[in-house]
Design a protein around this ligand. Sequence first.
Ligand code: FPP
Length: 241
Amino acid sequence: MEKVIDGEKLTIPTHVAVIMDGNGRWAKKRLMPRNFGHKAGAKAIERISSDAKELGIKYLTVYAFSTENWKRSVEEVSGIMNILRDYLDICIKDAEKNRMRVRVLGDRTALDKDIIDKIEELEGVTSVYDEFNFNIAINYGGRDDIRRGIEKILADYKEGKLDGNITEALISSYLDTKDMPDPDLLIRTSGELRLSNFLIWQLAYTEFYFTDCLWPDFDKDELIKAIRYYNGRDRRYGGVK
Ligand code: FPP
């Protein structure tokens, strides 16, 4: 999809994935506890989901909590879970307003029951929308996504639902992102240059954009900068143009 933004014609990526890093540093700069940064990070998610829709992005996937984040202090983890609770309540209202379908990626079975209930309600209520898809990765790990997918493939094989012919498309259809296109653009904030186990299968041909901007400061202008960068890339998918 093409769109004119500030007088410039830009191709809008269909699927944008975001590693939201830098909440801790943002809080530290203000001499505040880390969870103050996570709270500001959740506000930034609220803003960016509606900005992304407005810009014509069809899928936005954000990395809110990784399978490795449990290693943080009990105080920080429980703080993030409380922010998540509040965020899910806000999200259900926003979703109705913005007509966005929300899905949660990752292994939710490890989350508290009340959070699982909120997620199920959010996914159920918003499943009628298809204009904009917003995915939140919680207790998500790319390796764990593949591991869980293999478990399901094995179970279906044993039940005779699969014939043992394993194609890439089959594997994709057993991941949390089944039915979604792979991301076109990955954004990572706060200057770190790594994947941190995010969507490792799905990012095979994705363009990467890194910015020093800390996640709570990330806004629509920063998103447009990332899209502009994406427009300067030459996607060859391993071929020659
Ligand atoms: C990284 O900042 C951020 C995360 C742990 C994931 C993103 C979390 C949020 C945006 C807040 C929670 C929101 C929801 C909806 C659960 P960091 O702590 O690694 O920052 P640092 O590298 O500066 O320490």
